[in-house]
Design a protein around this ligand. Structure first.
Ligand code: DGT
Ligand code: CA
Ligand code: CA
Ligand code: ZN
Length: 582
C-alpha cells in the first residue's frame, strides 16, 4: 500500500473517533500521523516498526498501527469503528458547517447515514427540533448540500494534475516514440477540472488498450480507436468526489498541433478562433487548418503554426478564455506572464510558534532550497486560539527571535511579520504599537463569515484603513468546492487597497487560490499591488507557489505586477508602511 492509502485510513480513524467524541489527544495523534505519512518521502510500508518510530511524530502505537495497515491492508481498530458508524457518515463531515458533533447527533437521533438521508431530514424540517440545532442550522445544512451538488464532479487542479502526471508517465513508458500531453482545463491552469484530457499523437492504436488497463482504472466508460474514457480512483480515494474521469484521444502526427489547440480549449476561445479562420477563408478543426476553397492543409502539425496562419501570436494556454487574448495576440500585445522563477520572496507562512510544523530556521532553509531570497514569518494572532495565536508580548518576542535568526544567517532574508485577524467589527486583533513594531502585517478574516454584504464590506474597508496593514490575506475567504466567498463589494475593497497601497494576496493553498484569476485581474486593472504567497505550514509547504503563479498568469499578470518578484530592498521599499511614511 502506498503512503496515501495508509494516510487515508489513519485520517478516517481520526474522523470516526471525533464523531465518537473520543479523547482529543488521540484524535490529534491520528490526524498528525496521517499528515506525516502522506508527506513522507519514502514508502512507509517498507519500514519496520523501528524505522517508523524514527520518523518524528510517529510513536509506538501509531507505528504498530501503520505496520498493521501495511501488512494486512487495513486495521482492526478501523474496522471496529466502521462497524459502529457506517462509512457514509464521513461524507457528511465534508459539508461546510457540519462538524463531528453534528454528525453524531444526526446519526443517533435521526439515523442519518448518508447525504440523501440528511437532505430528506432537512427538507422535512426534522433537524430544527434537535438539541442545539434550530431552523437556522437546518437552513445552513440545506445550503451546504446544494453547494455540494453544484460542485459535484469537479476536482481541485493539483489533484487532477497529480493524477494526470502519473497517467501520462505510464502512457509515455508504453509509447516512448509518441507525443503525449495533458490538455483541457488542466493545461489552461483552471483552479478546478471537470476531467483529465490527454492527447497522444504518433502512437500505435494499442495505446488505447494500455490506457483502459491502467492500474487505477475503476471503470471503462468508452473504448474506441481514437477516443477512450475511463474513471480512475483519485488520490483522495474517490469516495467524496466519486472518481475522476480521464479521456485519451489519439490523432495522427500531422494533426498534433491542431488537436492540442482544439482540446486545450476553452470552448469560448475555440469558437472565436474558428470564426476568425472562416473570415480568412479557412476552416479550423482538430485535424488542422485548411483552405475552404480546396481543402489544402495550411497548418496543423504545431500550435504556433495554427496561430501564425491566423495572424496571431501563440497564446499561452492560461489566457485562452475569450477575455481579450485574441485581440492582444493580433496586436502582438500579449503580456509577458509571470513565472515561478520570477518569485524572489514569500510573504505568508507559519512556524511552530503557532500552527506550523517547522521552526523558523527550518522554514528559512526550505525557502532557500525553493529558490527564494526572502520570506516573512507571519504566525497567527491571538483570536485564533485554536492555532495558539500570539498576543502582543509573544508576537514581539517572536519577532525578536526572527530578527536574530536573520542576522545569524547568510542566506534567506527574514521579515518578522504577523497574520493578524480582522475582528468582526473590522478592528484588528493586535494593538497598533505592536503592529507598527513588526516588519510586515498580513490581515485576514478567519471568523464571523456569516455577516451580510454591507457588514463584511465595512469590516474589510475598516481593516484596510489601519496604516500598519501591508497585505490583505486570502481576500475572499473561499474554500474551493467547499465554501463560497463571503459576500462583499470586491470592487470597493480593491479600490481601497489601491488607494492605501495595501497589497492583495494570491494565497496559494490548493483549496484557496484566493484571489482567483478574475479578481486578481481586477485588482491589477485598478492599480492594487499583488503578492503571491504560499501560506506554508511546514518546510514542505513551498511547492504550492506554482498554483498561485498559474492564477496570476490567468489574471494576465506580468512580473512587474507582483511585488514579491522584486529584489529584497526594493520589495521592502514598496510596502505600504514605507511608502506612506515617505
Ligand atoms: P472541464 O473539463 O469542465 O474542466 O473543462 P474543459 O475545458 O477541459 O472541457 P472539456 O473536457 O469538456 O473539453 C476539452 C476541450 O475540448 C475544451 O476546452 C474545448 C474542446 N471542446 C470540447 N467540446 C467542444 C465544442 O463543442 N466546441 C468546441 N469548439 N470545442 C470543444
Ligand atoms: Ca476537461
Ligand atoms: Ca473531457
Ligand atoms: Zn489565514
Amino acid at each position: 500500500m502506498d503512503n496515501l492509502g495508509v494516510a487515508r485510513i489513519l485520517r478516517e480513524i481520526a474522523d470516526l473517533l471525533e464523531i465518537k467524541n473520543d479523547n482529543p489527544f488521540k484524535i490529534r495523534a491520528y490526524r498528525n500521523g496521517a499528515d506525516i505519512v502522506a508527506n513522507h518521502p519514502h514508502a512507509v510500508a517498507s519500514l519496520d516498526a523501528t524505522g517508523l518510530r524514527e520518523i518524528p511524530g510517529i510513536g509506538k502505537d501509531l507505528a504498530a498501527r501503520i505496520r498493521e495497515i501495511a501488512d494486512t491492508g487495513g486495521a482492526e481498530f478501523h474496522r471496529e469503528l466502521v462497524a459502529k458508524f457506517p462509512p457514509s457518515v464521513l461524507d457528511l463531515l465534508h459539508l461546510q458547517g457540519v462538524g463531528p458533533k453534528t454528525v453524531a447527533t444526526l446519526y443517533r437521533e435521526l439515523d442519518v447515514r448518508t447525504l440523501d438521508d440528511l437532505e430528506r431530514a432537512a427538507a422535512d424540517g426534522r433537524i430544527r427540533g434537535l438539541r442545539g440545532m434550530g431552523a437556522k442550522k437546518e437552513a445552513l445544512i440545506l445550503k451546504a448540500l446544494e453547494e455540494r451538488k453544484r460542485h459535484a464532479g469537479r476536482h481541485l487542479l493539483p489533484d487532477a494534475h497529480d493524477a494526470a502526471a502519473a497517467l501520462v508517465a505510464f502512457l509515455r513508458a508504453r509509447a516512448p516514440q509518441a507525443e503525449i500531453t495533458p490538455v483541457g482545463s488542466l493545461r489552461r491552469g483552471c483552479d478546478t477540472c471537470g476531467d483529465i484530457d490527454i492527447l497522444a499523437s504518433g502512437a500505435d492504436a494499442s495505446l488505447m488498450d494500455d490506457f483502459v488497463g491502467y492500474r487505477l482504472v475503476e471503470r471503462v466508460l468508452g473504448h474506441g480507436e481514437t477516443k477512450s474514457s475511463v474513471l480512475i480512483v483519485d488520490s483522495q480515494g474517490g469516495s467524496q468526489s466519486g472518481g475522476l474521469q480521464a479521456d485519451l484521444r489519439l490523432v495522427p502526427r500531422e494533426s498534433q498541433g491542431a488537436a492540442m489547440q482544439y482540446f486545450t480549449g476553452s470552448k469560448a476561445h475555440n469558437i472565436i478562433l474558428r470564426d476568425r479562420a472562416i473570415g480568412l477563408g479557412l476552416k479550423l478543426n482538430e485535424y488542422g487548418l485548411f483552405t475552404t476553397a480546396d481543402n489544402t492543409r495550411v497548418a496543423g502539425a504545431d500550435e504556433e503554426g495554427i496561430y501564425r496562419a491566423l495572424g496571431l501570436d501563440w497564446v499561452p494556454p492560461e489566457l485562452r478564455e475569450a477575455r481579450g487574448e485574441i485581440e492582444a495576440a493580433a496586436a502582438h500585445a500579449l503580456p509577458r506572464l509571470v513565472d515561478r522563477a520570477d518569485l524572489r520572496g514569500d510573504l505568508h507562512m507559519h512556524s511552530t510558534e503557532t500552527d506550523g510544523k517547522d521552526d523558523v530556521p527550518a522554514m528559512a532553509e526550505a525557502a532557500r532550497e525553493a529558490g527564494l531570497e526572502y520570506i516573512a514569518i507571519t504566525d497567527h494572532s491571538k483570536a485564533l486560539a485554536m492555532a495558539n495565536g500570539l498576543d502582543e508580548t509573544r508576537a514581539l518576542d517572536h519577532a525578536a527571535r526572527i530578527r536574530a535568526a536573520d542576522h545569524a544567517s547568510s542566506g534567506v532574508r527574514l521579515l518578522a511579520g504577523i497574520e493578524c485577524d480582522i475582528r468582526a467589527d473590522g478592528s484588528l486583533d493586535l494593538a497598533d504599537d505592536c503592529l507598527a513594531a513588526l516588519d510586515l502585517v498580513v490581515v485576514s478574516v478567519h471568523s464571523a463569515f456569516n455577516q451580510d454584504r454591507q457588514q463584511m464590506t465595512d469590516r474589510l474597508l475598516r481593516a484596510l484603513e489601519n496604516p500598519h496593514v501591508d497585505i490583505l490575506g486570502h481576500p475572499t475567504g473561499r474554500l474551493i468546492l467547499r465554501r463560497e466567498p463571503y459576500p462583499f463589494d470586491i470592487e470597493a475593497v480593491v479600490d481601497a487597497a489601491a488607494g492605501h497601497g495595501v497589497a492583495l494576496e494570491i494565497n496559494c493553498q490548493v483549496d484557496r487560490l484566493d484571489l482567483n484569476d478574475i479578481h486578481a485581474r481586477l485588482a491589477r486593472d485598478r492599480g492594487a499591488p499583488i503578492v503571491i504567497s504560499s501560506d506554508a505550514h511546514s518546510r514542505r509547504g513551498f511547492g504550492v507557489l506554482r498554483w498561485g503563479v498559474l492564477v496570476a498568469r490567468r489574471a494576465w499578470l506580468t512580473p512587474a505586477d507582483v511585488l514579491n518578484t522584486r529584489p529584497f530592498e526594493q520589495f521592502k521599499a514598496g510596502l505600504r508602511r514605507h511608502r506612506t511614511r515617505a
